[in-house]
Design a protein around this ligand. Structure first.
Ligand SMILES: Nc1ncnc2c1ncn2[C@@H]1O[C@H](COP(=O)(O)OP(=O)(O)OP(=O)(O)O)[C@@H](O)[C@H]1O
Ligand SMILES: Cc1ncc(COP(=O)(O)O)c(N)n1
Length: 481
């Protein structure tokens, strides 16, 4: 992440100067820092007054940063006067930052001067420290000792002259041209790269130059070449200009919306933690859990009054279920992103088809185990698991209720168990320690995957989880229906 220092003036209304620079640096993925050259009382309508802190204090700010932080790029904006330029020149001479972009701020969009006329020559001399300079048309004219260009071709001639004279790359900006176009051009000696652009019909162009130069410093520090940095930064800036009016800031020339694209594409949602998801998902199935507790089947199991035939029918359906549930667990093992997860699901697949079925064999002769017709509920549940097979996170979310609900119900049923209870062996299996540990691990794997994935997949995981929980309920209800 490039660490980028802006040396510039302020804009308390947030659209230009260091306020714009920091937003722009952040919007390109950089870490922004700022040393203030001048405090400017301004808003979208214009500059009211400028306060210059003692230049020694600017030097202190600059040294405070460079004594501590490794600086990857510097963007220089408003410099106000010769004394400020001298302090910055001295600091650049000592530090020699790897990338320096100078936006030669002279006059604000509002027409107010931000650089003393006598300081123009000092600013020209500062160009020897710059890798790139980004003048608008009036600034290009002054720096190249010419009258303001009346067309784009003339601007490019001036930029070439400037580039050759000061051995610096020049980004000539067409924001001040008349007409429908807003082209920019990168001039490196006699080599010119063109970046055509259409003018956005808007008054939200306050701070475009500040924002562009900071974006270029950040992108170059991130490893892009100058032409690549200009291409990307211009695309970003055009999008940000297009969304400027949405901000509804000020009555004059408003700011651009530096994060419009990021907000649109990335959103503002914070990611829930795994622990929050565990609580939330368990709450979401509270109604299903209440339904299960109220089922006559569960009641009959607990009291031992459940008809033997109903219990055997249930076990036969459960055997059919476990055979394919085991296959779904094996599929989760196949899709698992880590060996730890792969081993967990493979082990669970083995448990479902071997250990759990052993219990069934004490009630149903092994030869008859899979002879029954699957019920509608059994088929529906297995189809639901099958449908989740192409996505690991969704599949494991669908597999989870069979651990979680059985463990939960089992823990409460176990209390009802006693040595003469007819369903004792069944009641004790689901409350045993190793099933409790497996359940804990399954919950952890699923909620961790949910916390790390996208909002969209997380929502689909929850949906798959809830549907499985509902099938668990229906599965308990089916024997007595
Ligand atoms: N209306 C617009 N539509 C599209 N792009 C624009 C528009 N106005 C300016 N730009 C672009 O914004 C960038 C800054 O250009 P401009 O020539 O306005 O610089 P500037 O005068 O230094 O900016 P500032 O307004 O910050 O002083 C350039 O990339 C330019 O092409
Ligand atoms: C501190 C500071 N720096 C630069 C500008 C130029 O921006 P614009 O020309 O868009 O007003 C500004 N207004 N204030």
């Amino acid at each position: 992440m490039p660490r980028v220092l802006s040396i510039a003036g302020t804009d308390p209304s947030g659209g230009a100067g260091i306020q714009a620079d920091l937003k722009s640096i952040a919007a390109q993925g950089g870490y922004g820092m700022a040393a203030v050259t001048a405090l400017v009382a301004q808003n979208t309508q214009g500059v009211r007054s400028v306060h210059l802190p003692p230049v020694e204090f600017l030097a202190e700010q600059l040294n405070a940063v460079s004594d501590d932080v490794q600086i990857d790029a510097v963007k220089i904006g408003m410099l106000a006067n010769q004394q400020v330029i001298a302090v910055v020149a001295k600091w650049l001479e000592q530090q020699r930052p790897p990338i320096v972009v100078i936006d030669p701020v002279m006059v604000a969009t509002s027409g107010d001067r931000l650089l003393d006329a006598e300081a123009e020559d000092a600013l020209r001399k500062l160009l020897r420290y710059a890798d790139l300079v980004t003048p608008n048309l009036p600034e290009l004219a002054i720096l190249s000792d010419s009258a303001q260009a009346t067309d784009w071709a003339e601007a490019l001639e001036q930029a070439t002259k400037l580039s050759l004279k000061f051995q610096v790359a020049v980004l000539a900006k067409g924001g001040h041209l008349d007409g429908d176009l807003a082209p920019d051009a990168l001039v490196e000696g006699t080599t010119i790269s063109h970046f055509p652009g259409r003018r956005v019909q808007t008054s939200n162009t306050h701070g475009t130059g500040c924002s562009l130069s900071s974006a270029l410093a950040t992108r170059r520090a991130a490893g892009e070449t100058w032409p690549e940095a200009v291409r990307q930064a211009k695309r970003w800036l055009t999008e940000s200009i297009q969304h400027g009016a949405d901000l509804r800031v000020g009555q004059g020339s408003g700011p651009v919306s530096h994060f419009a694209g990021l907000w649109q594409r990335g959103g503002l949602e914070t990611a829930p933690t795994a622990a929050e998801l565990e609580q939330d998902w368990w709450q979401r199935i509270a109604p299903v859990r209440a339904d299960i507790d109220a089922l006559p089947f569960i009641d009959g199991l607990a009291s031992g009054t459940l008809e033997d035939s109903a219990f055997r029918w249930y076990l036969a359906q459960d055997a059919l279920y476990l055979r394919d549930y085991s296959r779904a667990l094996a599929e989760a093992s196949r899709l698992a992103p880590t060996t730890r997860e792969q081993a967990f699901w493979a082990n669970s697949a083995h448990g479902a088809i071997v250990t759990e079925l052993e219990l069934h064999e004490s009630w149903i002769p092994a030869g008859n185990m899979f002879e029954h017709q699957p019920s509608k509920t059994t088929t529906g549940y297995l189809n639901h698991l099958n449908a989740a097979r192409d996505s690991y996170p969704i599949l494991i979310a669908a597999l989870l209720p069979c651990f979680w609900l059985y463990h939960d119900v089992g823990t409460r049923l176990q209390v009802a168990s006693h040595p003469e209870h007819p369903y004792r062996s069944w009641l004790e299996t689901y409350a045993d320690q190793s099933f409790a540990e497996a359940t804990r691990q399954a919950i952890d794997l699923v909620v961790t995957a949910a916390a790390q994935t996208t909002t969209e997949i997380r929502a689909r995981m929850l949906q798959a989880f809830i549907v499985s929980a509902e099938y668990e309920r229906d599965f308990f209800a089916a024997p007595l229906r």
